[in-house]
Design a protein around this ligand. Structure first.
Ligand SMILES: Cc1cc2nc3c(=O)[nH]c(=O)nc-3n(C[C@H](O)[C@H](O)[C@H](O)COP(=O)(O)OP(=O)(O)OC[C@H]3O[C@@H](n4cnc5c(N)ncnc54)[C@H](O)[C@@H]3O)c2cc1C
Ligand code: SF4
Length: 489
């Protein structure tokens, strides 16, 4: 029985972030640990609603009210079991998920303050690691079947763990020199320190998963070889083909880069690699785009010592609170989202589009115009407002304008798996592509999305592979291939 008055007694409170002046001097995570008293208080705000909408909003179906009540009553050891029952890697979602569960929390109705679900999640798993409660769970007996997982992001790793625990011999192939997908060199350490990946990899190894890094499937090993070696293949190669602006005048000038070129080089340097070739130090940086990638570029630019940073968004500034007509509770609302990186400085400019990159060899400025954006038959129509053009100084420009699907085309060609028009790979209800024994999960299937969806798809696709291999019983499948965020059709 939850505390019926917890939400009346306590306001929503998050732990204090590290001060901006301190944290931009280093690459450590922005949040210090929250402390037990605060988390138990916050968990006590959960009402354990008869119909917990937070469950439905979480693609993993995390049993949120169960673990909130366990935390409230000091049952941390049981709480981690409840959390792991649905989520292989809560230390990643607890740090990085945008928390659609919180948007669907009943306490948020009418502008109220939802439970700090994601903060409770991360504290449960961090405490469990500290207490030595996250032990390997090797399968009791081998199944005699083998699976190749291509890609070591959250989708590939979730699938690998599920399949290894079911007794299958799993090998994960990764083209990068280090494992973890976008979590390794895409997402900066100030959002996720890399020991949170490494200790999970140790667990997976102890459960029997084999990792082969530095091997690009389709180039270093043929897809035919992979199929010969394994009874099933699961593709989890992400959606890493970055969008560009090839038709914008001046795009070829020096100093204009895709965001990932900047982020990956910076994150590699933090991991002990060479100094990045692209640095924001002393530069007037302009970031084009408004999502996670843009915010990560912003945080990196400040840590590298940028002279000024401006973030441009083509869309108008969203409202600060939910527009009930447009996005009624409990759907994910269109609101202004500010990341910790936005506290650290920089200016955000909305409803503008780049008309030209200006300069000689190197970019010196951006000519931009205010715009309106409309949708017509699924297409985006951007119209400049006459007389609004102006120049913005810019000697480093980062394009964070999204991804256009997978870039693992060689492997797909060799397997005979087609791409859909959005650059994603389609599959049947069992996650099998049109090719027998070849499955797909994560961003490669869904298009660029979120970690929580990647883990959910990895788990569900593992269930499909397990059934295909004739494994005993069934594995949990939290989502179907057509699943959409709560409220979206
Ligand atoms: C900068 C940035 C910040 C983000 N921040 C957040 C966030 O804060 N919260 C959130 O929820 N989501 C965030 N995302 C999205 C999230 O990272 C992805 O949705 C998630 O990582 C997808 O997981 P995945 O396993 O499908 O693919 P990925 O993580 O992309 O992993 C795919 C892996 O496959 C490998 N691969 C590809 N082709 C081959 C091949 N032929 N052979 C071998 N290996 C191959 C790649 O090298 C890569 O390691 C962010 C994305 C970016 C780009
Ligand atoms: S994974 Fe995301 S949606 Fe699910 S409970 Fe955690 S924060 Fe909420």
């Amino acid at each position: 029985m939850p505390d019926p008055k917890g939400f009346l007694r306590y306001d929503r409170r998050l732990p204090r972030r590290r001060p901006v002046s301190v944290r931009i001097q280093d690459w450590r995570e922005v949040y210090p640990p929250a402390g037990e008293a605060l988390i138990r208080e916050q968990a006590a705000r959960c009402m354990d609603c008869g119909v917990p909408f937070c469950h439905d909003a979480c693609p993993l179906g995390n049993r949120i009210p169960d673990w909130n009540d366990l935390v409230r009553t000091d049952g941390w050891d049981t709480a981690i079991e409840a959390l792991h029952a649905t989520n292989n890697f809560p230390e990643w979602t607890g740090r990085l998920c945008p928390a659609p569960c919180e948007a669907a929390c009943v306490l948020g109705i009418g502008g109220g303050q939802p439970v700090t679900i994601k903060q409770v999640e991360v504290e449960i798993i961090d405490r469990a690691f500290d207490a030595g409660l996250v032990a390997p769970q090797p399968a009791p007996a081998p199944s005699g079947r083998t699976v190749a997982v291509v890609g070591s992001g959250p989708a590939g790793l979730a699938a690998a763990q599920q399949l290894a625990r079911a007794g299958h011999a799993v090998t994960v192939y990764e083209r990068d020199d280090a494992l973890g997908g976008l979590l390794r060199y895409g997402i900066p350490d100030f959002k996720l320190e890399k020991q949170h990946i490494d200790r999970r990899l140790d667990q997976l190894r102890a459960e029997g998963v084999r990792f082969v890094a530095g091997v690009d499937v389709g180039r270093d090993i043929s897809a035919a070889k992979l199929r010969e070696r394994h009874d099933a293949v699961l593709l989890a190669c992400g959606a890493l083909a970055g969008r560009d602006m090839p038709t914008t005048p001046g795009r070829a000038k020096v100093g204009i880069h895709r965001a990932m070129e900047h982020l990956v080089a910076a994150n590699r340097a933090v991991a002990g690699g060479p100094e990045p070739a692209i640095t924001a130090a002393g530069r007037h940086v302009v970031i084009i785009g408004g999502g996670d990638t843009a915010a990560d570029c912003l945080g990196v630019a400040h840590r590298q010592g940028a002279a000024a940073v401006t973030q441009l968004d083509i869309y108008p500034e969203p409202p600060s609170t939910r527009d009930e007509e447009r996005d009624p509770w409990p759907v994910w609302p269109w609101i202004l989202r500010s990341y910790p990186a936005h506290e650290e400085g920089g200016e955000r400019v909305f409803a503008v589009a780049v008309q030209e990159f200006v300069g000689d060899d190197r970019v010196r400025a951006i000519r931009l115009a205010e715009v309106t954006v409309e949708r017509h038959e699924g297409r985006r129509i951007v119209t400049p407002v006459p007389g609004t053009e102006r120049e913005l100084p810019a000697d480093l420009v980062l394009l964070a304008i999204g991804f256009s699907g997978t870039d693992a085309v060689a492997a797909l060609d060799q397997l005979g798996v087609p791409l859909d028009p959005s650059g994603a790979v389609d599959c049947g209800p069992d996650w099998q592509t049109g090719v027998d024994g070849v499955f797909v999960a994560g961003d490669m299937h869904r298009g660029a999305s979120l970690i929580v969806w990647a883990i959910a798809e990895g788990r569900a696709a593992a269930a499909g592979v397990h059934a295909y291999l004739g494994g005993d019983g069934s594995l949990p499948a939290p989502v179907t291939p057509g699943a959409q965020p709560l409220g979206r059709r």
